[in-house]
Design a protein around this ligand. Sequence first.
Ligand SMILES: Cc1cc2nc3c(=O)[nH]c(=O)nc-3n(C[C@H](O)[C@H](O)[C@H](O)COP(=O)(O)OP(=O)(O)OC[C@H]3O[C@@H](n4cnc5c(N)ncnc54)[C@H](O)[C@@H]3O)c2cc1C
Length: 425
Amino acid sequence: MTAATSVPATADVDPRYTVAGSSWPLTDEQREYIAIADELGRTKFAARAERYDRDAVFPTENYDDMRDAGLLRLCVPKSHGGWGADLFTYALVSATIGKYCGATALTFNMHACSSMWPGVLADALDMTGEQRAQHEEYRSLHFRRIVEDGAIYAQPFSEGTAAAAGKAPFGTSATKVDGGWLLNGKKIFASLAGSADYYGVLCTEHKEGASVRDSMYIAVPKDTPGFSIMGDWDPLGMRGTVSRTLIFEDVFVDDNAQLMPRGVYYQAASRWPHMFMTLSPTYMGIAIAAFEFTVRYLRGEIEGMGPRVKRRMFPTKQITVAQMQIMLEQTRALFLRAFSEARVDPPKDVRLRAFAAQYTIMENANQVSQLAIRTCGGQSMLKSLPLERLYRDSRCGSLMLPWTAELCLDRIGREALYEHGEGDD
Ligand SMILES: Cc1cc2nc3c(=O)[nH]c(=O)nc-3n(C[C@H](O)[C@H](O)[C@H](O)COP(=O)(O)OP(=O)(O)OC[C@H]3O[C@@H](n4cnc5c(N)ncnc54)[C@H](O)[C@@H]3O)c2cc1C
């Protein structure tokens, strides 16, 4: 590992409140990366989360700490100076961050995917020799920016149309011009708006009869003429993500701004379904945090609440905690299984399990947080404590395209009942 960090490799954390628990077989590297994330989360992120949420501001200090610890290069391949994390390793780290600051974990998803998709995912996809060589040249530039300059990448694809659900081409267009591309369009809910150094825009190549197959993935530097950020950001939860609207008006970028060659994003979206599961680790972390808070609260262990009052002796509390633990174990089991079997061209059972895992994590994170507030009671939902933030943040999970809770149900139901190409005539 090439981490520049003084953070200890092992952290003294109760395994009940970790993503992998004490028995899941982790590699040494996974243990190390999780320990680094956990140390930062416990010692820095947890205390800052309230301010980012209250003021709806981006967690800049957390990113500075992640940069210093080397975490920003988590998914950059080792051959390019990164830590070479695969999808599962990313998920373990992301969920660990999510325990301490949901907005940091969710935005870290956009940044990490900006190197995971052109990195480990693209390595498993088909490209011609020429495409592969060109991709290698272009991606080295992006990886170098992250590894050497500590650059942060955002990942805007939502447009408020059917495009983000993968049902229509992106309305944002990329027109091929001499030496590069000209981008025009608008993106909504772009996390890291105003804080990213580069915006990895999903768009459609401008040509006659363009379809989803013509999707392009192109990085726009923050100061490019024609690029602007507009609108305010005052949502229910995940307030520190600062997911504002981006406008592209004749934005010119060089050829090497491509994060994937022509046609490869579409191939990835068709063959690597788990690439759309990467938002869920944040919410896995939130569910664990809500459960841990509840146990500590009922045991009278939360600091700063005046005299130590225990509430654990009431049978109704014990039943609720039992329900929460069962739900958490179900969620964690599916999380670990689904992420550990992520691969290109997964068979149908694996693909459907990925949808089931995404649905379960997103819905249960909110359920667990809801039960936590109900059973801890009125004092637990004061803004001086993290629980009400976990509750609000957790509500955002199942809304996130392309795999919203509704779309997961839609896909599971249809694919369970119909084989490929089947109709009812
Ligand atoms: C905190 C936060 C951060 C975000 N950050 C980013 C980001 O960084 N980048 C980014 O690109 N996006 C981001 N998003 C956007 C997110 O992924 C969704 O695009 C956004 O929440 C969609 O909102 P909408 O109301 O436009 O959805 P709509 O498209 O109006 O959909 C509403 C609901 O209808 C259902 N639905 C939609 N399409 C279909 C369909 N074809 N068939 C059946 N049902 C359907 C879905 O369940 C969906 O939840 C973020 C969102 C949040 C909440």
